[in-house]
Design a protein around this ligand. Sequence first.
Ligand code: PMV
Length: 349
Amino acid sequence: MAERRTELETIHQGPFAAGAATASAAANIAFIKYWGARDLGAAVPNNPSISMTLDRCRSRCRAIYRPQTSRDEILLVQGGTLQTAPASFAGRIVSHLDTLRALTGASGGFRIETLNTFPHAAGLASSASGFAALTLAVAGSLGLTLDQKTASLLARRSGSGSAARSTLGGYVEWPRGESEEESYAFLLLPATDWPLCDVIALVETGEKEVSSLEGHRRAPLSPHYRRRLELLPERLEAVRRALRTCDLRALGEVIEEEAIELHLIAMSSRPPIFYWRPATLAVLQAVRELRAAGVAAYATMDAGANVHVICEPHNEPAVSERLTAVPEVGGVLRDRVGPDPVVAREAVP
Ligand code: PMV
């Protein structure tokens, strides 16, 4: 019987010569959240999600392919110097390199140098930008030019599903997909069509206690999870409509409801997960006060305590000032919707 070849297997093109490339990809903030998976390892989601790719919060990754060795070297750029990455972090990267080696037929080792421009693992989706940049840099170092669909599928295979959305700029949808191969992100609206801002109130910048991977695993244990999946189609459609019509009020009402529901599911999982801190509630209150004062600003949170406040550029200074004044807030990052990732190949080192 003929062996079934999946679409991903068609990128198998080895052997490859030595090469190097640098990719830069931005984090994204989900308007409709990915929470719960049919296949956790390959991040095949239970529900579609929609996000906005950011501009300033990014990961830059340099990959150097060395066909003569099978050893990987994983380095972090910190304070301008290269440091060996902690074992847990390096382990996740090597595991994705193994996936990429299996799919491309590359058999050599990679030297990876990676840098984040924002606090690591603080609910700012550093894994999304990190794995998107890693995937694109590795492909670039092998001399492969990935089409957008393959880039998204490969980034998703890292196990950090939201990385599938960081392979594109602008406003992005990642469908559930009937099969694994249909679950890749596509563009809903280019960044230039609606220049929204994301003012991020930093409440916590350390590692979160429960990883999103564990959150996905526990999500279906919440008695409210099934109902969430029933409610989502209407909410997804409301977000698509609000993006088409650039209607911030319509978008904002839905994304706040959605973010609260994500945390409701987390808090009612078994055992429960509490990502919020008292400061999270203080920021949510400040956002409601801004709205009462006529400033259109709406909050969302990923799996962490930080609050992303979405607003239009003319209100961004007022929002930043108000959030900075919340005593429990440690700092504010001013970001906005951003463009596609960038990949640059280098001459062979
Ligand atoms: O991509 P992961 O496995 O880190 O999960 C992301 C989960 C959320 O950030 C909470 C939601 C999302 O869609 O980004």
